[in-house]
Design a protein around this ligand. Sequence first.
Ligand code: SF4
Length: 352
Amino acid sequence: MNRFDYIRPNSVSEAVAAAAVPGSSYLAGGTNLLDLMKAGTARPERIVDITRLPGLDRIEWLPDGGARIGALVRNSDLAYDERFARTFPAIAEALLSGASAQLRNAATVGGNLMQRTRCAYFHDMASACNRRAPGSGCDARDGENRLHAVLGWSEKCIATHPSDFCVPLVTLDAVVEVQGLHGAREIPIDLLHVLPGATPERETGLSPGELIVGLRLPAEAAGFSRNARYLKLRERTSYAFAVVSAAAALEIEDGAIRRARIALGGVAAKPWRARTAEASLEGQRPSPQAFAIAADLALAEARPSGDNAFKIELARRIVVRALSLALEGTPEVMPALPASPFAITSGANHAA
Ligand code: SF4
């Protein structure tokens, strides 16, 4: 057994000071960290338990119509908050498509952003993995890699980011609120996760000890509530990570697309915003042809990193389907298992 110190701070500043010591890890819901510790992939010398920090478990509505979500809000509480689900339906849909009900009840918003890749070689201590042990190699390159990245990967690492939640957050320009030793700062969520390049061990733009304290959704994001969806393709209908996923949001005015937002999940080491594809749609009348062109643009730079060329075509198709469903309008009741043809039961009511 690995020994570690356990610290339970009373304030954010105490937590940040404690976690700035090298070898520290924050503990919130623990749904990812404890698995990593059991496998030996993570061996923190110091656990900083933030679960009892005051004021981080609230959903607040801002005067301009935006929302602020504390980092300790549980995934289920956020997905089933009526006003939140009505205002940001694609985010609720993404949350409900993740993990299992039990995990969603325990997992926190901040922890979801910080979860590690599910690359099997990263979790297997007998395998070479540049992300876990820099310079050791990447056994995924010649191994079982059909679910690995097709965008933004490098020769050092071809892993994907596993979050569903982050995909619609990226489409809606969420802002991450961070507290560190030198004060508070904000990071656009699209810049929180970084591509592997030559340093795959660096997964986010956070500095040592920095703590995510909240997440803000700008008021403009609410303008997509009528036409927004998150779709997820996976190898079984629940409790599985995305093979590919897509969030699509449209703002329609006088029959034309005024604003479009598209992001992909399961294709890169970060949620992948498709800005060129979005730009191709703006000002256009929605049509299957326009959606197909947008999907081609979204995947224009994609290339297989192994036995996974099929993901490129799959991702193209899910972009078209997410846009088509977004155009149909956000349903009053989201399916319990989004994107599943087997879903026959009702899910969360987003029109209450
Ligand atoms: Fe490690 Fe990345 Fe290679 Fe997976 S793909 S083994 S996480 S370096």
